[in-house]
Design a protein around this ligand. Structure first.
Ligand code: NDP
Length: 604
């Protein structure tokens, strides 16, 4: 350790070794042999958990056997952006297939009370300049985002070309016809020349495999299928039907942080079952300033998205336009690294300083718990002991105060989770808590197989499945094209692409890229576009090489979906995202388009 690092520690007023040990102990408590296997697949007896509670009517229609130009799977922001960008490029013959009853994707499903986005609306909502829409507040509510998703669909006439309440059951490449056969749960068997898959990164809710879960006789549902008939109220809260109910919520991730304040307000008694506390920073929401909005110049939206993306990816910008908790975290980390007068820091020394800045930030988060939560024991249990980006940071001003209510009990399970569910309620730490209702706020599948998360298999050239192709790890070119799967485009964060906290930004870049390629194909009258084996292999090697840089950070983290439930080593390095970060990745795509050579793709 250099003298200046020792001085720095002195100045910080905490012992990094003690914190490091505490983090390790807390992680070790939570490591479970089962990893992802601890969650049950929501099929068979569990399938009712994923029924759509928001449908107003069931559609009935005859099966389709026609041919379209481009099939887009998914009507969330990915599908909407693909549709919008393809429309802008003048590409016709679109068809969107969506299992829900409307557009909106994650915001269609997640209508729980308090649902909102904690990424600033001015960077999160896509196509703001194109649509000409001013978000009401700095942070949009789920309701506004759902409305806005549908507004995009209206603006780009995507309602003309959508099949709702329809699930793809198989995609099969037809070699002799040079197109995809698309089969669905409604008996459709139509053809599509190109397919864009945008199934959503967090689309498949997961239930913990807690013993006895099927024995429970009370009411139960997952947060992504909120049962307002049972709770009363709406996404704004007012859960008046819970006034005489004892309610349990299992899970304390970003979703629970938003709905717990409403459950606390509505329920006769609320028990919050916690395995790992979230880190909760200030939110500080406010109305959009109309004058500021009107002063924005054309091009502001992309510039603001880029500014946010660069800052949250550890880059430097003259001005921080968003100035919120997300960018503050990174600002502090970078300030710490750069403020020392040591021009020749080794990568190891930079990493050590980053760690110190992280300790400092998390100390601040833990101090905030003490400042808000009155009971010191409860406050202690709510403190997160891990590095900030081991889990998704949360920003909320009403979550922690909820634990000061007399009708709210935090049941901390010391990192072990709920033990058992009985006919009457939930058992944790050897105590049974009888409840009328259990709300599962237990998140979504991330580390499971791609086909399982899509809900269907993709059969490429010679009948090879994408699952077989990826049996030893993902293989793609730019995370988007797969050799052996012509005319298929992957969107989202499935791996091997640029990942950013502002997810729609990634989708926007991908949709532009796809529109460019399809436009080039149309202009050149090319009907087949496919990654070459060489380009795919080179990309896989790039991903693997860059992935090693982040490996130790993930191993040291408390388990969660960011690190494959505590087993990052078991995840193929190939399944990670582009390790040089999203800024580099979008630049790489832009340069690739600029060269105009369609490098790495076979065209026919
Ligand atoms: P998460 O996966 O983040 O949280 C699941 C929770 O369930 C964790 O607290 C987990 O504990 C807990 N859990 C799992 N099994 C058990 C068990 N056996 N006993 C007790 N607890 C258990 O899901 P969320 O739905 O909260 O969030 C998913 C993602 O959705 C977020 O990470 C974020 O990306 C996104 N989101 C974004 C929002 C936004 O503002 N933009 C708002 C809400 C969600 P443990 O941590 O120990 O595994």
């Amino acid at each position: 350790m250099t003298q200046s690092t020792a001085d720095l520690q002195q100045r910080l007023g905490f012992d990094p070794d003690a914190l490091r040990n505490r983090y390790r102990e807390e992680r070790d408590k939570r490591l479970r042999d089962e990893g992802n296997e601890q969650y049950v697949n929501m099929t068979g007896d569990y399938s009712h958990y994923i029924d759509d509670p928001y449908l107003e009517e069931q559609i009935s229609r005859a099966p389709l056997t026609d041919t379209v130009n481009v099939l887009i799977v998914g009507g969330g922001f990915g599908g909407l952006l693909a549709g919008a960008r393809l429309r802008e490029a003048g590409i016709d013959g679109l068809r969107i297939v969506e299992k829900a009853g409307d557009f909106g994707g994650t915001w269609y499903w997640n209508r729980y009370p308090g649902a909102a986005c904690d990424i600033e609306s001015y960077v999160y909502l896509p196509l703001l300049e194109e649509v000409g829409y001013m978000p009401a507040r700095k942070y949009s509510t789920g309701r506004e985002i759902l409305w806005y998703s549908q507004e995009i669909a209206r603006r780009y006439r995507l309602y003309d070309d959508v099949l709702f309440q329809t699930q793809v059951t198989a995609l099969t490449w037809q070699e002799d016809e040079g197109c995809w056969l698309v089969e669905t749960n409604r008996g459709d068997a139509f053809r599509a020349r190109y397919v864009v898959q945008s199934n959503g990164p967090l689309n498949r809710p997961k239930l913990p495999g807690i013993p006895g879960i099927q024995d429970y006789r009370g009411h139960t549902f997952h947060t992504s299928r909120w049962d307002y008939d049972y709770t009363g109220g709406s996404a704004e809260g007012g859960l008046n039907k819970l006034a005489d109910k004892k309610v349990a919520i299992i899970g304390t991730g970003a979703t629970a942080v938003q709905c717990v304040p409403h459950l606390g307000e509505g329920a006769q008694h609320l028990y919050v079952f916690q395995r790992t506390p979230s880190s909760i920073d200030v939110r500080n929401d406010r109305d959009t300033d109309q004058n500021w909005w009107e002063s924005l110049q054309p091009g502001w939206h992309q510039a603001r998205m880029d500014n946010f993306n660069i800052l949250v990816s550890g880059g430097v910008q003259e001005e921080d336009l968003v100035k919120d908790g997300w960018t503050e975290i990174i600002r502090n980390l970078l300030f710490m690294v750069k403020s020392e007068d040591e021009p020749d820091l080794s990568p190891a020394e930079i990493a050590r300083k980053m760690e110190l800045a992280d300790f400092q930030k998390m100390n601040q988060i833990r101090a905030r718990v003490d400042a808000i939560v009155a009971d010191p024991q409860v406050a202690d249990a709510l403190k997160p002991w891990y590095r900030q980006f081991c889990k998704r940071p949360c920003f909320h001003d009403d979550y922690l105060p909820t634990f000061n209510r007399d009708n709210v009990t935090l049941v901390d399970t010391g990192g072990h989770g709920v033990e058992r569910i009985t006919e009457k309620g939930v058992v944790a730490n050897g105590v049974e808590y009888p409840v009328d209702c259990i709300v599962f706020s237990t998140g979504f599948e991330v580390g499971t197989a791609y086909a399982r998360r899509c809900g269907y298999e993709t059969y490429g050239v010679g009948g090879q499945t994408l699952s077989d192709k990826w049996a030893d790890g993902m293989r793609s070119y730019h995370g988007m094209h797969v050799n052996g799967f012509p005319n298929l485009f992957l969107m989202g964060a499935n791996g091997q692409t640029g990942f950013t906290a502002n997810y729609p930004h990634a989708l926007n870049e991908q949709s532009r890229h796809i529109a460019y390629i399809l436009d080039q194909c149309a202009r050149g009258n090319q009907r087949i576009v496919e990654a070459t084996p060489q380009a795919e292999e080179a990309w896989v090697q790039t991903i693997v090489k860059l992935a090693r840089l982040n490996e130790q950070f993930l191993i040291d983290c408390t388990p969660g979906y960011y690190n494959n439930e505590g087993k990052p080593q078991l995840r193929s390095l190939q399944n990670t995202n582009y390790g040089a970060g999203p800024v580099e990745f979008y630049k790489l795509l832009e340069d690739w388009r600029g060269e105009g050579q369609m490098e790495g793709l076979r065209l026919a």
